[in-house]
Write a protein that binds this ligand. Structure first.
Ligand SMILES: Cc1cc2nc3c(=O)[nH]c(=O)nc-3n(C[C@H](O)[C@H](O)[C@H](O)COP(=O)(O)OP(=O)(O)OC[C@H]3O[C@@H](n4cnc5c(N)ncnc54)[C@H](O)[C@@H]3O)c2cc1C
Length: 420
């Protein structure tokens, strides 16, 4: 991989330092706080590559050298590791004991455990398996003054008190630098499959989605995909895809469970007059889940698309997708339909992006009771925080107070969140 794909644009950082242990991280933050210099914790740098750049230049604090497994208590189904370790390296360790951290991780060879917790990405299996917040049970971190603190523990039933783990999830390096995390893990599953069926119209799509929500043994993933990027996707045939796109439904469990769930889904399709679903061969299941998780890494700045995430109630996914198609027939929609999360990819020039987001997309999201967040934008679009995140919302003053308590000098990732 070329070096510029490994780390974010070095111009954002006046210097990048790589401590070898937690004490080194604490010392680096302490020094930055004394000098009033911004500090940007760095994992694999994948979100910076999406276009979510540091808002001010400062010191890049790489966690790359904190990359050890501290303890894999396989009989207790927990693992503790340093946050610079990649998700792929952790998966390899867990696989030795036929265990897994069952969350969808984009670019696992590069995404670090710290970046996974701090950016809180999600994929299709969020519907059945949850996100990293459901597995994080403990952490160690350094606050904005260089003080080490910890939350949770290494056992599933740990100390009472405020759940600080959840505070760290999605904190984007603005509250603390995570140095160590403990996750609950799960045994590997015996069988998994993805079934795909074309959607001739929105009414059929809504009937099918409503039926899936009621299944006794629910799927782990319910994704709806439509648009040009998926028409060229070789992993799924597109022959029977109708105007409303395709539904991809993932099941996992024991072999008889997966066979039973697949049969129930096929019956539901038949009742709606649909053809038998296409079964994605087992060798392609992992790649397809990965495709449904990842944001595309742009090959050049000029090709970087505008990608917006719109969160709505699951029952509003189909009408929202229709409104998006009406707004721009060439957009690509990838919806984690069971969770009400749509990711929509548009081709827009840098100049027109801000107006399009604020005057068209955000009002569209609000009209269906949802919220829109920009995940990636064309280079040079120059989006401000308000355009990326939308209005800060009712909790902003509480979040601001938390930020002030943990990082009184405001050195950690300044401007990285909507409220600070
Ligand atoms: C809101 C949001 C949603 C996203 N959704 C997706 C998605 O659906 N699919 C996808 O492919 N990608 C998504 N991304 C990109 C996502 O950032 C990466 O996929 C990945 O999780 C980041 O891991 P990383 O190691 O590359 O972290 P980096 O890109 O290096 O950092 C990500 C953020 O975490 C902070 N951070 C990193 N390490 C630490 C640490 N040890 N302690 C504290 N903070 C730290 C950074 O300062 C930065 O703010 C999303 C990003 C954001 C912000």
């Amino acid at each position: 991989m070329p070096p510029n794909k490994q780390m974010p644009d070095p111009l954002l950082f006046t210097e990048t330092i790589s401590p070898t242990d937690e004490a080194g991280v604490a010392e680096a933050v302490r020094r930055a706080a004394e000098e009033g210099k911004p500090v940007w914790p760095l994992g694999g740098g994948t979100s910076f590559e999406c276009g979510l750049h540091a808002a001010k230049s400062g010191v890049g604090l790489s966690l790359a050298k904190l990359n050890r497994v501290v303890d894999h208590a396989d009989q207790d189904l927990t693992v503790t590791a340093e946050t610079g370790m990649t998700a792929a390296a952790l998966a390899k360790t867990l696989a030795v004991k036929r265990q897994r951290l069952p969350v969808d991780v984009p670019q696992p060879e590069r995404t670090t455990l710290g970046g996974l917790v701090a950016a809180n990405p999600a994929g299709p299996r969020r519907y059945g398996l949850g996100t990293i917040r459901d597995y994080l049970i403990g952490f160690r971190a350094v606050d904005g003054q260089g003080t080490v603190f910890a939350g949770g523990g290494r056992v599933v039933k740990n100390a009472a008190g405020y759940d600080l783990c959840r505070l760290m999830v999605g904190s984007r390096g603005a509250l603390a630098v995570l140095t160590q995390v403990t996750f609950m893990v799960r045994p590997e599953v015996e069988a998994e499959t993805i079934l795909a069926v074309g959607l001739p119209d929105d009414q059929t799509a809504e009937h099918l989605l409503a039926g899936l929500a009621q299944m006794q043994n629910p799927p782990v993933a319910i994704d709806l995909v439509a648009g040009p990027s998926w028409r060229n996707e070789p992993m799924v045939s597109w022959v029977d895809a109708g105007p409303s796109g395709r539904l991809l439904v993932g099941f996992e469990g024991t072999k008889p469970e997966v066979a039973g769930m697949s049969e129930a889904f096929a019956i539901a399709c038949r009742r709606l007059g649909l053809p038998a679903p296409e079964m994605i061969s087992s060798g392609k299941v992992d790649s397809l889940y990965r495709r449904l998780t990842e944001l595309p890494v742009p090959s050049s700045d000029t090709e970087r698309p505008l990608i917006v995430r719109i969160g709505v109630l699951p029952s509003a996914v189909v009408p929202t997708a229709r409104r998006l198609r009406e707004l721009d027939a060439s957009c690509t929609v990838e919806a984690h339909a069971g969770d009400g999360i749509l990711r929509v990819r548009f081709t827009r020039s840098a100049e027109e992006t801000k107006k399009f987001v604020t005057e068209q997309l955000r009002p569209l999201a609000a009209s269906v009771g949802g919220v829109a967040t920009v995940l990636a934008a064309p280079a040079g679009a120059g989006l401000d925080r308000q355009t990326i995140w939308g209005p800060p919302g009712d909790g902003a003053s509480v979040m601001r107070a938390l930020k002030d308590r943990l990082d009184p000098k405001g050195v950690l990732s300044p401007g990285g969140m909507a409220f600070c």
